[in-house]
Design a binder for this molecule. Structure first.
Ligand SMILES: [Zn+2]
Length: 302
């Protein structure tokens, strides 16, 4: 072996050693990393914990159920409705969804407004119910109303510190002329909501897809529903007033007092398609059977 060959062999050996070294390092790293993917999988599998608290916004006896359909479907019928509202607790903040009937009803006899279509009552204030889940009004970061009918806005004025997430058509409708003449609206009930974030369509509240407001207009110009992904329960849809009770949903029935009936029919299609696509469990906010299914404060649906 001449010197040049020795040198070549030496160089080859050096390369081999370096290569072996690299392989060893990679192998060692590989061993070290054996644990890392397992840990990463555990982190990924732990879903964001979103809690859904169901609170009691009062009770409605519908004396004239025929209002809740076209034609005479429910002529002569009456029905008891619940009036649920909700607190959604996400690691990044809290969202209040609806607020129930006017709080002035608390401690009063059931009240029948002029026209006699409804008799309404409310037994508990929002502050008292929030205290049962360890919260105060100032702990609410966002407030969203499914829509501005009076049975959803009744305690909204406590939340002037929160950001109001409202569809632009609903916001504009709320300040439109003549709205005060309808018994369905009391704009003074949410006049304190000054921190306004107008929405034009769906809105992912915390940016991770677990709490999403879905625009579903028709019942009012900017009616919306709420989609949630809960860690244990899975996907959930809160109906707003897309439907008022189970038979409404089963038959795809639109109340005659809806703001826009063809638009309501479109939203029903969109709602059902979305519910099917996501496999979401639907909770109808005014349906007493759905209200009864929910854990009561201080417990939450997980
Ligand atoms: Zn309504």
């Amino acid at each position: 072996m001449d010197n040049s060959n020795k040198l070549l062999n030496h160089t080859i050996m050096k390369k081999v050693l370096i290569t072996l070294g690299v392989i060893l390092v990679v192998a060692c790293n590989g061993k070290k990393e054996e644990k890392a993917p397992a840990e990463a999988t555990v982190v990924e599998a732990k879903k964001t914990e979103v809690l859904l608290y169901t609170l009691d916004g009062g009770h409605i006896t519908v004396n004239n159920l025929n209002l809740f359909a076209q034609g005479d479907t429910y002529k002569g019928a009456s029905k008891e409705l619940s009036n649920a509202f909700y607190v959604v607790k996400h690691p990044m903040g809290t969202l209040l969804w609806d607020t129930g009937l006017p709080e002035g009803l608390v401690g009063q006899d059931p009240y029948t407004p002029p026209g006699g279509a409804f008799t309404i009552s409310r037994t508990d204030s929002i502050a008292n119910q929030l205290s049962q889940i360890g919260m105060k009004a100032v702990d609410i970061n966002f407030i969203a109303l499914s829509h501005i009918h009076f049975d959803h806005t009744g305690a909204a004025n406590h939340f002037g510190e929160a950001t109001w997430l409202v569809q632009t058509p609903e916001y504009e409708f709320a300040s439109s002329e003549g709205i005060g003449e309808s018994g369905f609206y009391d704009t003074s009930a949410f006049a304190q909501l000054k921190k306004v974030q107008q929405l034009s369509g769906d809105h992912d509240v915390f940016g991770d897809g677990t709490v999403v407001i879905k625009s579903m207009p028709g019942h009012t110009p900017g009616h919306q529903v709420l989609y949630l992904e809960l860690a244990e329960t899975g996907p959930v849809l809160l109906s707003g007033d897309m439907y008022h009770f189970n038979e409404n949903r089963e038959n795809g029935i639109v109340p005659q007092f809806n703001h826009d009936i063809p638009q309501s029919e479109q939203s029903i299609k969109a709602f059902e398609a979305f519910a099917k696509e996501t496999g979401a469990v639907v909770y109808i906010q005014h349906e007493p059977l759905d209200f009864a299914k929910m854990p009561k404060a201080p417990n939450a649906l997980k």
